[in-house]
Write a protein of this length. Structure first.
Length: 305
Protein backbone atom coordinates (compact mmCIF):
# COMPACT_ATOMS: atom_id res chain seq x y z
CA UNK A 1 0.00 0.00 0.00
CA UNK A 2 1.37 3.40 -1.01
CA UNK A 3 1.12 6.07 1.70
CA UNK A 4 -0.69 9.31 0.79
CA UNK A 5 1.87 12.09 0.21
CA UNK A 6 2.73 14.50 2.99
CA UNK A 7 5.46 17.01 3.74
CA UNK A 8 7.53 16.36 6.85
CA UNK A 9 8.14 19.81 8.33
CA UNK A 10 10.48 18.71 11.13
CA UNK A 11 13.56 16.65 10.27
CA UNK A 12 16.81 17.02 12.23
CA UNK A 13 19.83 15.86 10.22
CA UNK A 14 22.08 15.56 13.29
CA UNK A 15 21.65 14.22 16.82
CA UNK A 16 22.41 15.96 20.11
CA UNK A 17 26.10 15.15 19.75
CA UNK A 18 25.97 16.83 16.31
CA UNK A 19 26.56 13.51 14.54
CA UNK A 20 24.84 13.38 11.13
CA UNK A 21 22.55 10.45 10.53
CA UNK A 22 22.89 8.07 7.60
CA UNK A 23 21.36 10.24 4.92
CA UNK A 24 20.46 7.45 2.44
CA UNK A 25 18.63 5.57 5.21
CA UNK A 26 16.85 8.73 6.36
CA UNK A 27 15.87 9.59 2.78
CA UNK A 28 14.54 6.07 2.19
CA UNK A 29 12.62 6.15 5.46
CA UNK A 30 10.96 9.43 4.55
CA UNK A 31 10.04 8.27 1.06
CA UNK A 32 8.81 4.91 2.38
CA UNK A 33 6.36 6.79 4.60
CA UNK A 34 4.96 8.92 1.78
CA UNK A 35 7.09 12.03 2.32
CA UNK A 36 7.59 13.92 -0.94
CA UNK A 37 9.29 16.98 0.57
CA UNK A 38 10.97 17.67 3.90
CA UNK A 39 11.95 20.71 5.96
CA UNK A 40 15.38 19.90 7.40
CA UNK A 41 17.77 21.45 9.90
CA UNK A 42 20.46 20.69 12.43
CA UNK A 43 20.22 21.22 16.18
CA UNK A 44 21.22 24.54 17.76
CA UNK A 45 22.80 22.87 20.80
CA UNK A 46 25.37 20.15 21.44
CA UNK A 47 25.38 17.83 24.45
CA UNK A 48 28.64 17.67 26.41
CA UNK A 49 30.16 14.33 27.46
CA UNK A 50 31.36 15.26 30.91
CA UNK A 51 34.34 13.59 32.57
CA UNK A 52 32.11 12.71 35.52
CA UNK A 53 29.74 10.72 33.29
CA UNK A 54 30.91 7.12 32.68
CA UNK A 55 28.61 6.51 29.69
CA UNK A 56 28.66 8.55 26.50
CA UNK A 57 25.28 10.29 26.10
CA UNK A 58 23.15 10.26 22.97
CA UNK A 59 20.26 12.46 24.10
CA UNK A 60 19.97 15.66 26.07
CA UNK A 61 18.18 13.87 28.93
CA UNK A 62 20.72 11.06 29.26
CA UNK A 63 22.64 12.73 32.10
CA UNK A 64 23.16 16.02 33.93
CA UNK A 65 25.94 17.36 31.70
CA UNK A 66 25.17 20.69 30.01
CA UNK A 67 24.51 21.59 26.39
CA UNK A 68 25.98 24.57 24.56
CA UNK A 69 25.06 26.44 21.38
CA UNK A 70 26.78 25.02 18.32
CA UNK A 71 26.94 27.20 15.20
CA UNK A 72 28.69 24.55 13.07
CA UNK A 73 25.39 22.69 12.80
CA UNK A 74 24.36 24.87 9.84
CA UNK A 75 27.50 23.99 7.89
CA UNK A 76 26.89 20.30 8.60
CA UNK A 77 23.40 20.55 7.14
CA UNK A 78 24.73 21.97 3.88
CA UNK A 79 27.44 19.29 3.77
CA UNK A 80 25.01 16.36 3.98
CA UNK A 81 22.30 17.72 1.66
CA UNK A 82 23.74 16.03 -1.48
CA UNK A 83 23.48 12.59 0.14
CA UNK A 84 19.95 13.29 1.37
CA UNK A 85 18.82 14.48 -2.04
CA UNK A 86 20.60 11.75 -4.03
CA UNK A 87 18.33 9.86 -6.38
CA UNK A 88 16.05 12.83 -6.93
CA UNK A 89 13.19 11.31 -4.91
CA UNK A 90 13.09 13.88 -2.09
CA UNK A 91 13.01 17.68 -2.24
CA UNK A 92 14.21 19.47 0.88
CA UNK A 93 14.05 22.96 2.36
CA UNK A 94 16.97 23.57 4.79
CA UNK A 95 16.71 26.00 7.72
CA UNK A 96 19.31 27.96 9.73
CA UNK A 97 19.33 27.34 13.49
CA UNK A 98 22.89 27.51 14.87
CA UNK A 99 22.72 30.65 17.01
CA UNK A 100 22.14 31.64 20.63
CA UNK A 101 18.71 33.34 20.71
CA UNK A 102 19.75 35.44 23.71
CA UNK A 103 22.79 36.91 21.92
CA UNK A 104 22.39 40.39 20.44
CA UNK A 105 24.85 39.23 17.75
CA UNK A 106 22.60 36.33 16.70
CA UNK A 107 21.40 38.40 13.77
CA UNK A 108 24.96 38.73 12.48
CA UNK A 109 25.40 34.96 12.48
CA UNK A 110 22.07 34.53 10.70
CA UNK A 111 22.93 37.11 8.05
CA UNK A 112 26.37 35.58 7.47
CA UNK A 113 25.11 32.00 7.14
CA UNK A 114 22.14 33.06 5.01
CA UNK A 115 24.47 34.83 2.60
CA UNK A 116 26.71 31.77 2.21
CA UNK A 117 24.10 29.72 0.33
CA UNK A 118 20.99 30.25 -1.76
CA UNK A 119 19.48 27.03 -0.38
CA UNK A 120 18.12 28.41 2.88
CA UNK A 121 14.33 28.43 3.09
CA UNK A 122 13.79 29.63 6.65
CA UNK A 123 14.98 29.65 10.25
CA UNK A 124 14.64 26.96 12.92
CA UNK A 125 14.21 24.96 14.99
CA UNK A 126 15.02 27.69 17.50
CA UNK A 127 14.88 26.37 21.07
CA UNK A 128 13.26 28.49 23.76
CA UNK A 129 11.49 26.95 26.79
CA UNK A 130 12.12 23.21 26.44
CA UNK A 131 11.55 21.15 29.61
CA UNK A 132 14.94 20.13 31.13
CA UNK A 133 16.88 21.26 28.07
CA UNK A 134 16.33 24.84 29.30
CA UNK A 135 18.14 24.09 32.56
CA UNK A 136 20.83 22.04 30.82
CA UNK A 137 21.73 24.71 28.25
CA UNK A 138 24.52 27.04 29.28
CA UNK A 139 23.76 30.74 29.42
CA UNK A 140 20.70 32.93 29.72
CA UNK A 141 17.18 31.48 29.58
CA UNK A 142 15.86 32.05 26.03
CA UNK A 143 12.42 33.41 25.22
CA UNK A 144 10.64 34.34 21.97
CA UNK A 145 10.20 37.94 23.14
CA UNK A 146 13.86 38.34 24.12
CA UNK A 147 15.26 41.59 22.72
CA UNK A 148 17.88 39.63 20.75
CA UNK A 149 15.08 37.95 18.80
CA UNK A 150 13.57 41.17 17.48
CA UNK A 151 16.21 41.54 14.76
CA UNK A 152 15.93 37.83 13.90
CA UNK A 153 12.16 38.00 13.57
CA UNK A 154 12.45 41.17 11.48
CA UNK A 155 14.97 39.39 9.23
CA UNK A 156 12.51 36.54 8.75
CA UNK A 157 9.75 38.92 7.68
CA UNK A 158 12.03 40.81 5.29
CA UNK A 159 13.26 37.60 3.66
CA UNK A 160 9.91 35.79 3.57
CA UNK A 161 11.52 33.15 5.79
CA UNK A 162 9.25 31.26 8.22
CA UNK A 163 10.73 30.59 11.64
CA UNK A 164 10.09 27.28 13.43
CA UNK A 165 10.41 27.46 17.18
CA UNK A 166 10.09 25.23 20.21
CA UNK A 167 8.50 26.96 23.18
CA UNK A 168 6.73 25.08 25.97
CA UNK A 169 3.56 26.79 27.08
CA UNK A 170 4.05 25.68 30.69
CA UNK A 171 6.44 23.92 33.04
CA UNK A 172 6.62 20.41 34.45
CA UNK A 173 5.51 21.62 37.86
CA UNK A 174 2.62 23.86 36.75
CA UNK A 175 1.06 22.13 33.73
CA UNK A 176 -2.21 24.07 33.92
CA UNK A 177 -0.76 27.59 34.16
CA UNK A 178 0.55 28.16 30.61
CA UNK A 179 2.89 30.65 32.21
CA UNK A 180 5.17 30.84 29.16
CA UNK A 181 2.49 31.36 26.51
CA UNK A 182 2.56 35.12 27.06
CA UNK A 183 6.14 35.52 25.84
CA UNK A 184 5.25 33.83 22.54
CA UNK A 185 2.18 36.03 22.17
CA UNK A 186 4.22 39.17 22.75
CA UNK A 187 6.67 38.14 20.03
CA UNK A 188 3.79 37.41 17.64
CA UNK A 189 2.20 40.77 18.40
CA UNK A 190 5.46 42.66 17.86
CA UNK A 191 6.15 40.89 14.56
CA UNK A 192 2.80 40.37 12.80
CA UNK A 193 4.45 40.05 9.37
CA UNK A 194 6.68 37.14 10.45
CA UNK A 195 5.40 33.62 9.77
CA UNK A 196 5.92 31.59 12.95
CA UNK A 197 5.59 27.81 13.20
CA UNK A 198 4.98 26.55 16.74
CA UNK A 199 6.62 23.13 16.94
CA UNK A 200 4.60 20.52 18.88
CA UNK A 201 2.17 23.25 20.00
CA UNK A 202 4.01 23.91 23.27
CA UNK A 203 4.35 20.26 24.35
CA UNK A 204 7.61 18.50 25.32
CA UNK A 205 8.82 15.11 26.47
CA UNK A 206 8.26 16.04 30.13
CA UNK A 207 5.72 18.85 29.69
CA UNK A 208 2.11 17.81 29.06
CA UNK A 209 0.13 21.00 29.62
CA UNK A 210 -3.50 20.80 30.67
CA UNK A 211 -5.99 22.48 28.38
CA UNK A 212 -3.57 22.58 25.47
CA UNK A 213 -6.28 22.22 22.83
CA UNK A 214 -8.06 25.30 24.15
CA UNK A 215 -4.81 27.25 24.25
CA UNK A 216 -3.96 26.33 20.66
CA UNK A 217 -7.45 27.34 19.55
CA UNK A 218 -7.10 30.71 21.24
CA UNK A 219 -3.61 31.29 19.85
CA UNK A 220 -4.53 30.66 16.22
CA UNK A 221 -7.62 32.85 16.55
CA UNK A 222 -5.60 35.75 17.95
CA UNK A 223 -2.49 35.46 15.78
CA UNK A 224 -2.96 35.03 12.05
CA UNK A 225 0.80 34.70 11.54
CA UNK A 226 0.96 31.50 13.63
CA UNK A 227 0.99 27.96 12.22
CA UNK A 228 0.85 24.99 14.59
CA UNK A 229 2.99 21.93 13.89
CA UNK A 230 1.61 18.53 14.88
CA UNK A 231 4.74 16.53 15.66
CA UNK A 232 6.90 14.64 18.19
CA UNK A 233 5.28 13.75 21.51
CA UNK A 234 2.16 15.77 20.69
CA UNK A 235 1.36 12.98 18.23
CA UNK A 236 1.43 10.49 21.12
CA UNK A 237 -1.39 12.46 22.71
CA UNK A 238 -3.59 12.90 19.63
CA UNK A 239 -3.13 9.76 17.50
CA UNK A 240 -2.49 6.07 18.10
CA UNK A 241 -3.42 2.68 16.66
CA UNK A 242 -7.00 3.13 17.89
CA UNK A 243 -7.53 6.39 15.99
CA UNK A 244 -7.25 10.15 16.38
CA UNK A 245 -8.41 12.42 19.21
CA UNK A 246 -11.83 13.70 18.16
CA UNK A 247 -11.41 17.15 19.74
CA UNK A 248 -8.13 17.77 17.90
CA UNK A 249 -9.64 16.48 14.67
CA UNK A 250 -12.54 18.94 15.00
CA UNK A 251 -10.22 21.88 15.66
CA UNK A 252 -7.91 21.09 12.74
CA UNK A 253 -10.89 20.47 10.44
CA UNK A 254 -12.26 23.92 11.34
CA UNK A 255 -8.90 25.65 10.74
CA UNK A 256 -7.12 23.43 8.21
CA UNK A 257 -4.91 26.22 6.87
CA UNK A 258 -3.24 26.70 10.28
CA UNK A 259 -1.61 23.31 10.78
CA UNK A 260 1.29 21.27 9.37
CA UNK A 261 2.72 17.86 10.32
CA UNK A 262 6.23 16.65 11.15
CA UNK A 263 8.02 13.61 12.51
CA UNK A 264 10.68 15.46 14.55
CA UNK A 265 13.10 12.66 13.82
CA UNK A 266 16.60 13.20 15.15
CA UNK A 267 18.35 11.78 12.06
CA UNK A 268 16.72 8.33 12.44
CA UNK A 269 14.60 6.57 9.82
CA UNK A 270 12.84 4.39 12.41
CA UNK A 271 11.40 7.49 14.08
CA UNK A 272 9.81 8.44 10.76
CA UNK A 273 8.16 5.01 10.65
CA UNK A 274 6.60 5.54 14.09
CA UNK A 275 5.56 9.15 13.64
CA UNK A 276 4.53 8.58 10.04
CA UNK A 277 1.98 5.99 11.16
CA UNK A 278 0.56 8.47 13.69
CA UNK A 279 0.41 11.24 11.10
CA UNK A 280 -1.39 9.02 8.60
CA UNK A 281 -3.89 8.04 11.30
CA UNK A 282 -4.60 11.67 12.10
CA UNK A 283 -4.82 12.79 8.48
CA UNK A 284 -7.20 9.95 7.65
CA UNK A 285 -9.60 11.23 10.31
CA UNK A 286 -9.86 14.64 8.63
CA UNK A 287 -12.11 15.58 5.72
CA UNK A 288 -10.20 15.07 2.47
CA UNK A 289 -9.76 18.76 1.64
CA UNK A 290 -8.55 19.54 5.16
CA UNK A 291 -6.14 16.60 5.13
CA UNK A 292 -4.60 17.78 1.86
CA UNK A 293 -4.02 21.22 3.31
CA UNK A 294 -2.44 19.98 6.52
CA UNK A 295 -0.40 17.30 4.75
CA UNK A 296 0.89 19.29 1.79
CA UNK A 297 -0.53 22.69 0.82
CA UNK A 298 0.25 24.64 3.98
CA UNK A 299 3.87 23.50 4.04
CA UNK A 300 4.25 24.19 0.33
CA UNK A 301 3.09 27.77 0.87
CA UNK A 302 5.47 28.30 3.79
CA UNK A 303 8.70 26.71 2.53
CA UNK A 304 8.36 25.61 -1.10
CA UNK A 305 6.58 28.53 -2.75
Amino acid sequence: MVSPPWIDTHVHLVDFLQRPGRMPDLRDGLVRNGVTRAVVFGLPVKKKWSTVEPVRPDYYLDDNAPCHYHSLTDATVLDVLPDLESGGVLEVAPLVCGFDPTDLLAIEHLEFVWGRSDRWAGVGEVMFRHDDLTNLTSGEVPSPDHVAMDAVLDFCAQNDAPISLHHDSSSVGMPDRHEYAGSLERALDRHPSTSVVWCHAGVSRQVDPAGQLELVHRMIERHRNLTVELSWVLLDRIADEDGADEDWVRLVAREPDRFVVGSDTVARADTVDTRGAQIRTFLSALPESAAEGVAVRNAEALWFG
